[in-house]
Write a protein that binds this ligand. Structure first.
Ligand SMILES: Cc1cc2nc3c(=O)[nH]c(=O)nc-3n(C[C@H](O)[C@H](O)[C@H](O)COP(=O)(O)O)c2cc1C
Length: 187
């Protein structure tokens, strides 16, 4: 059974990226995976302070990242869901990913060779004008560095809370991404 960790990066607990992320989780569960969903906005995650003490072990900052580190390490796949804020992914997700720097103490071993899924929602009309393309570029570069694979990206132009419910095409794409994360063999 695959272990999937879902990181939700929007402050809107029932917003568009969360709706699509929940559909993906439903697809993954249906396909037999185990899914844990984390609402990042509700956590106390401080920014990396570049103390570099992690070079000898793990991150020393005592906050809500500490229980998240073992979950990240145990995950076969990580699903990142975020709204586009100021032409890239949200600060809530950024502050969490920055803290993955803490894995350097073990040469990134715990956060490497995973599968990733990405869900991005934005108010503008497309990938380019919204800036979603910048988030995708970052995730692609990150995955190359972490020797990990992006299994799929679901993105869409959605404004008000709940708009995602009106897009059966996006809901289906998210569901299919969840299924794929649950079933695709890790290379
Ligand atoms: C602070 C803030 C910044 C935003 N910046 C952008 C942006 O740069 N590009 C864009 O297309 N939409 C932007 N939006 C719109 C959101 O990305 C859009 O409403 C999205 O569907 C929200 O997803 P959510 O419901 O999951 O939070 C912004 C919204 C907020 C609140």
């Amino acid at each position: 059974m695959k272990n999937i960790l879902l990181l939700k990066g929007s402050p809107r607990e029932k917003g568009n990226s969360a709706i699509l992320a929940d559909r993906a989780a439903a697809g993954a569960l249906e396909a037999g995976a185990q899914v844990e969903s984390i609402y990042l906005h509700g956590l106390d995650i401080r920014p990396c302070d570049a103390c570099d003490l992690c070079t000898d072990g793990m991150c020393v900052i005592e906050d809500d990242m500490q229980p998240l580190y073992p979950k990240l390490a145990a995950a076969d796949a990580i699903l990142l869901a975020s709204p586009v804020y100021w032409f890239t992914y949200s600060a809530q997700l950024k502050v969490c990913i920055d803290r993955w720097y803490g894995f350097q103490g073990h040469h990134w071993k715990e956060i490497s060779r995973k599968q990733f899924g990405v869900i991005l929602t934005y108010g503008d009309t497309d990938l380019y004008t919204s800036g979603a393309i910048n988030a995708i570029h970052t995730f692609e570069t990150m995955c190359r560095f972490l020797k990990s694979e992006i299994i799929g990206i679901v993105h869409g132009s959605l404004g008000d809370v709940g708009d995602a419910e009106k897009h059966p095409d996006l809901l289906q794409q998210a569901y299919d991404l969840g299924k794929l994360l649950a079933t695709e063999k890790i290379k």
